[in-house]
Write a protein that binds this ligand. Structure first.
Ligand code: SAM
Length: 255
């Protein structure tokens, strides 16, 4: 899959895209990423990319021409109003980026990501050029570069062949609708803190049961909202009911 990223600060991406999983995926030819400096597409000697807002007020707004020119040059056609390829504007006003959205976008062979700066981009970019708007959370960052990195990292994990063990992400938090169970590694005892005996028992069915119950326990404790949509078995429901009873009992004891 291929990403085209439009930014005023391409140098910000170097460290993130040049190590670990993303770098290996690029070297293996599974993923390619092209960084496009919006300033290179700004008309005029001074290559101005922002201007004061109409109507007054503080801050600067990113001009539409450099962004539009850049997207048009990279795609090779006028993208206005077309939906041939997803053109994603990173914005705190967009739909929230979740596990499900990452998987949805991972189906695309090509994605264009536009990183805003300052007060944001001219509204016409959002309305007539972008085909989608994505937010990485309910807070405001200084620019769309970090959100673009977040999208690329989360999406690349789902590209075929990128992770050594293709089943690994299936157990990850949110993939199955639950938070993942806790992990331990050697040593078995560290500073007196012991790894649960079941994980050292070699009993695969017991380990699987323990992991499922710990995933349910964590989700129940930390993100009970997820349980409403998680696919649950009868045994899961019984375990959750038991957790509810335990919680009610301990609340009674505290009174
Ligand atoms: N004035 C804008 C508003 O209130 O909606 C915020 C502009 S923000 C300072 C500058 C740029 O950072 C945005 O255009 C967007 O590209 C990016 N950005 C900031 N927060 C973001 C978030 N939570 N998710 C995605 N992009 C974000």
């Amino acid at each position: 899959m291929h990403f085209d990223i439009f930014t005023l600060f391409p140098e910000m991406f170097q460290g993130v895209f040049e190590c670990s999983i993303i770098q290996r995926a690029r070297q293996a030819g599974l993923v390619s990423i092209a960084l496009h400096n919006i300033r290179d597409y700004a008309p005029g000697k001074h290559r101005v990319t922002d201007d004061v807002p109409y109507g007054g007020g503080g801050g600067m707004v990113m001009k539409p021409e450099p962004i539009w020119n850049a997207v048009e040059a990279v795609l090779g056609y006028d993208p206005t109003g077309r939906k041939d390829v997803p053109i994603i504007l990173l914005s705190p006003q967009g739909r929230l980026f979740t596990h499900a959205v990452a998987r949805e976008l991972a189906q695309q062979p090509r994605l264009l990501l536009i990183c805003g700066r300052y007060e944001g981009v001219d509204e016409r970019v959002r309305r007539y050029l972008a085909t989608d708007e994505i937010s990485i959370g309910d807070y405001v960052l200084s620019g769309g570069e970090i959100p673009a990195m977040v999208l690329v990292d989360a999406i690349v994990r789902w590209a075929p062949g990128v992770l050594g063990d293709p089943d690994a992400p299936l157990d990850d938090s949110h993939a199955s609708g639950l938070l993942e169970y806790p992990h331990y590694t050697r040593p078995a005892i560290y500073r007196g803190f012991e790894v649960p005996a079941v994980l050292r028992s070699g009993h695969h069915a017991e380990i699987a049961r323990w992991r499922r119950q710990e995933a349910l326990r964590r989700t129940h404790e930390r993100r009970p909202d997820l349980l409403a949509h998680a696919p649950l078995t009868q045994a899961d429901r019984e375990f959750l009911a038991q957790l509810e009873r335990e919680a009610a009992e301990s609340a009674q004891t505290e009174l």
